[in-house]
Structure formats: structure tokens, C-alpha cells
Design a protein around this ligand. Structure first.
Ligand code: AMP
Length: 537
């Protein structure tokens, strides 16, 4: 193995199992690429996953370059005194160099300026705007409360995801942001972490009296709000940080009671929050962070005016807007809410997550049920837990019953007409593995954290290609592999052109009927079409 100053962090790992050098093996860069350890196997000293490598500098078991970096940074923090001279250390992502500088966080490596562009380009981070703060490599790099950093570790967040690397420092410098990122990229924590840091800083300096809420997050669905609030509670545990969930389906009186007793963060849907604010006087003067999550969906669902109404009741807060897809309406909204906005995009948000394999099947409407039964009975094709998306509420109930009868699988349905408690219970049963399939309308398509989903079946095509991207994205979280099976037929012709474009970009096969449809004309099918016609008898 090469030794020397310019070694990359990858070269500093040696294989623990057989002593082979790693030149011809792909070294796992990120912790989430590594599998869980089997009972007899070594475990990574940082995250507990399979300790595939030994760190050459410490002899510890380690799962990836990412965890090695964290391990070395922790050791550096423990052993080295702060120094005024900048020192370079090697960290992941190729040969990027980092400096240990005499700033507020003396033992935390920060990026050397010349490497920032390279890091952004490697991680697919694009930024636009004046004086955009540098990305961070560690949660501890931007002065978060110690307890918050501890909570992040307990939640298994070893290192920021790319979107977090850029959004957290930008947000902590009080700038307004418009962020687009792949589904499942860690967007939620990227706005919750600065909110929690801000709230606990304010509360710890406040002597007495109530201040009213300090931050508001608006999201388009109850489920998404529920999930954001739950993540906020996990990350804010043990800090002066309380939350209120303001969504329909739960009694308003309880929500008012909670806010009256003092909360730092309100997470809600725009309609219910307006309702509450009209009926009850809530002091919003100290709200200085306003987040719109899934802003394109908020607009599609007609929440624009309500979101604006809430914004106008605040005193010029910092605004953070998040969306998997950005279009002109979103840009317009952003311009009317804030000036000097930083635009951040991570990955390619208008395409489904790269880790999802898209399989589009041409199925006539009458044959759809039969087809889904066949898939779900097939050991080879069905991967549970799975989410099936349909277009109507009645359809969700009927299909879930039909699947249970035809396959014997445990299935639940979720849609907007179900009571909140029922939805919560079904989701919990699904997420804990008690049921293996959930049939849902679009309510589950947006931002829902279905960590364990391996397969998504689009029984009905959604209304827009944006919605398609979201639903397909449910099959993979944090880069784990997943599969989306999509039923399509002539009735979906309005989306043919865009669908073919999405499939082409992903390198996914295009069914013959779709490729040859007159509604697909105008889209270049490139070599795919030539191959198809050559292989025909
Ligand atoms: P989101 O895109 O916000 O829906 O997040 C997707 C999933 O990633 C959620 O399960 C989060 O708990 C998880 N997650 C967020 N940030 C990190 C991180 N830095 N490391 C590991 N997991 C994370």
C-alpha cells in the first residue's frame, strides 16, 4: 500500500478479513453504504455497522471512509491542543484537504477554500447567491449545542448528508433559502437542526416570561407534519425545545392548550393553522424562522394565499423553502417572500432518486388488478414492505381488500378521508412491519419517511410528472436500493412525453407501446428506438 503525505483517506484503510489490499475493491465511502454486522462480525467503532476495514492509524474496526474520518476527528479533538497555525489533514471525497484553524471551533477541520468548489461538484451541490457560506463536513463545525450533536449521534446521523452540509451553515448565517434536493436526502433535518439550535440559544438566554413560538414549519399534508414534528422531538430531546402539531383531525382545543403553555416550534398545515390563529390570539412576534416544506405541493394544493397570510403575520422572518421539484411558481413565491435568497440544489431533483430502478409495464386498466396480484404472489418480483399508489380514496380501500383476498398478505389503506387516528395506526403497523403493504392515495407520496420501503407500485399514474418523481422516490431513502413498478396505458397519455424523458434519463427500459405511441412523438428515443426496431423479427 502506498504511503506518503498525499494518500487519500481510502488508502489508509486495510481489509480486516483477509489482509488483501483494497486497490481492486471498492472502498465504501459513506457509512450508509455499509451493511449491518452479523452476530460474529466486527462492528464499526463509530456507527456499529459491519467493520469491514481496520483503520491503519488506530487499529479500530471501521465500516467506511466516512466513519474513519469521524474517528480521527474525534481523536484529534481529544488529544490536540488548539493551534494558531493551520494544519492540513486528509479527509474523504478524493484528495480534498481540510484545515484545522484557530476559529471558534479550534479542533474541527474546516475546508480549505480552494477545495470547496471541488467538494460541491463531487457531491452535486449547486449554489447561487451572494456570499454563500461554505459547506461543513461535521455537525460540530457550526457551534450546535452539545446536546443536539449528541442527539444526532444517537439518531445515527454520523455525518451531514450533502444537502445538510450546505443548508445548515447557510441557514445558521440567517440567510433565506430556496432548496431543491432529491427525495430522502435528509432535507427535514437540514431545517430542523438550525431551528433547534436557534431555539435553545434563545431560551437559554431568556430570563423569565413566555416568548411565544420562535419558528413555524408549514407542510402540505398531516402525515408530513406529523413526521416533521416527530423528528423535531427526537433531535430536540433534552433541550429547551417544545413543539406543537397543528393539523386537522386532532382537536383544536388541545392544540391551543399546548401553544398557550409555551412551545418553540409550530408544525402545521396552512388551513388548520389559519383556523387556529383566527380563533385564538397567538403571539407571533418572535417567530424568526419560517419554513415551507414541499413548497411546490403546497402551491399545487392551493395553499399559496394561506401561506402568504401566515407569513404576513410575522415580522420579517428568515424564510427557508424546500421542494423536491422547482418550477416558475415556486420561484415566484420565493421572490415574494424574501430578498437576497440563496438557491441550493443537491442531486438532480427533477429526476427520481438514482437508487430506484424504474420498471414501467403497459397494462390495460381492466387487467391491472390481475397484474398486481401476479406480482405480489411472485417471490421473484414482489419485495415487501411495499407501497401501492392509487388515484382515488375508494380505489385505495377496494384494492387493499382485493389484495388481501387474492394473496393473503396483510394490507392497510391510507387516504384523506380516514380519521387521523386511523391513519396513524395504519402507518405505525406498516412501519413496524406488522403489515407488509400499504395502499395509498397521494397523501403518502410527499416527503413521507418510509424508511423500510423496498418497492413502490404505481397502480394508477399520478396527475403530474412531479408527483411521479415523488412517488417513485418513496422506494429509496438515503441511497438504499429500491424498485418502482409503474402501470401505464393509453389513459395516461397526457404524461407520455415527460415520462419517456424521465425514463430515458434514468436509462430505464421503455415499453414498446409507450415508445410507439403517437403521444410520445417529439421525444427523441435515441439509440433505444434503433435497438428495438433492429431486434424485431
Ligand atoms: P428526509 O429526506 O428528511 O425525509 O430524510 C430521509 C431519512 O434520512 C430520514 O429517515 C432521516 O432520519 C434520515 N437522515 C437524515 N439525515 C441523516 C444523516 N445525516 N445521516 C443519516 N440519516 C439521516
Amino acid at each position: 500500500m502506498e504511503q506518503g503525505d498525499n494518500q487519500s483517506a481510502e488508502n489508509l484503510l486495510v481489509s480486516s478479513d483477509n489482509g488483501n489490499e483494497l486497490e481492486d475493491l471498492p472502498v465504501k465511502e459513506r457509512c450508509f453504504e455499509q451493511r449491518e454486522a452479523l452476530p460474529e462480525e466486527p462492528r464499526c467503532v463509530v456507527c456499529g455497522r459491519y467493520g469491514e476495514y481496520i483503520c491503519d492509524q488506530t487499529d479500530d474496526d471501521i465500516c467506511s471512509v466516512e466513519c474513519k474520518t469521524i474517528l480521527l476527528a474525534r481523536l484529534a479533538a481529544k488529544t490536540k491542543p488548539a493551534t494558531k497555525e493551520a494544519k492540513c489533514v486528509n479527509l474523504p471525497f478524493g484528495d480534498e484537504s481540510f484545515c484545522i484553524t484557530d476559529n471558534n471551533f479550534p479542533n474541527i477541520p474546516t475546508l480549505v477554500a480552494s477545495r470547496i468548489t471541488a467538494l460541491r461538484s463531487k457531491l452535486d451541490i449547486c449554489v447561487k447567491g451572494e456570499a454563500v457560506p461554505d459547506p461543513i463536513m461535521f455537525f460540530s463545525s457550526c457551534g450546535l449545542p452539545e446536546k443536539l450533536v449528541c442527539n444526532l449521534e444517537t439518531a445515527g446521523y454520523c455525518m451531514p448528508t450533502p444537502v445538510q452540509m450546505q443548508v445548515i451553515p447557510a441557514s445558521m448565517s440567517n440567510r433565506s433559502l430556496l432548496v431543491s434536493a432529491d427525495t430522502g436526502s435528509g432535507k427535514t433535518a437540514s431545517f430542523l437542526i438550525p431551528i433547534i439550535a436557534h431555539c435553545s440559544r434563545v431560551r437559554s438566554h431568556q430570563c423569565t416570561g413566555k416568548l411565544g413560538p420562535l419558528a413555524i414549519v408549514l407542510a402540505p399534508t398531516r402525515e408530513l407534519c406529523l413526521q416533521v414534528e416527530e423528528q423535531a422531538k427526537v433531535l430536540g430531546k433534552g433541550l429547551p425545545f417544545k413543539t406543537a402539531l397543528v393539523v386537522g383531525g386532532d382537536p383544536l382545543a388541545q392544540q391551543i392548550y399546548r401553544i398557550e403553555n409555551g412551545v418553540e416550534l409550530i408544525v402545521g398545515t396552512p388551513g388548520r393553522l389559519i383556523d387556529l390563529l383566527m380563533k385564538h390570539n397567538v403571539d407571533l412576534d418572535n417567530v424568526c424562522i419560517f419554513v415551507l416544506d414541499e413548497v411546490d405541493c403546497l402551491l399545487e394544493r392551493g395553499f399559496r394565499d394561506q401561506a402568504m397570510q401566515i407569513f404576513q403575520a410575522l415580522s420579517q422572518p428568515q424564510v427557508m423553502m424546500f421542494s423536491a421539484t422547482l418550477h416558475s411558481e415556486v420561484e415566484k413565491m420565493s421572490n415574494s417572500l424574501a430578498k437576497n435568497v440563496i438557491r441550493i440544489s443537491c442531486g438532480n431533483p427533477s429526476r427520481p432518486n438514482k437508487s430506484v430502478k424504474q420498471v414501467v409495464i403497459w397494462v390495460e386498466s381492466k387487467q391491472k388488478k390481475q397484474k398486481i396480484f401476479e406480482i405480489m404472489k411472485s417471490k421473484q418480483h414482489f419485495k415487501s414492505p411495499a407501497v401501492v399508489f392509487v388515484s382515488s380514496r375508494v380505489g385505495a380501500d377496494l384494492l387493499s381488500e382485493a389484495i388481501t383476498v387474492a394473496t393473503g398478505l396483510e394490507v392497510v389503506s391510507i387516504h384523506g378521508e380516514k380519521r387521523m387516528n386511523e391513519r396513524r395506526e395504519s402507518l405505525t403497523r406498516f412501519l413496524t412491519g406488522e403489515v407488509s403493504v400499504v395502499v395509498s392515495t397521494g397523501v403518502l407520496g410527499r416527503g413521507m419517511d418510509l424508511l423500510k420501503v423496498r418497492q413502490v407500485i404505481l397502480f394508477d399514474m399520478p396527475n403530474s410528472i412531479d408527483e411521479y418523481v415523488h412517488q417513485v422516490g418513496r422506494a429509496s431513502r438515503m441511497g438504499e436500493e429500491g424498485m418502482a413498478i409503474v402501470f401505464v396505458n393509453e389513459e395516461d397519455r397526457r404524461l407520455f412525453k415527460e415520462l419517456v424523458q424521465v425514463l430515458k434519463t434514468a436509462g430505464a427500459p421503455i415499453p414498446r407501446e409507450l415508445a410507439n405511441s403517437k403521444y410520445t412523438t417529439g421525444v427523441s428515443l435515441g439509440s433505444g428506438r434503433k435497438r428495438k426496431s433492429r431486434s424485431r423479427p
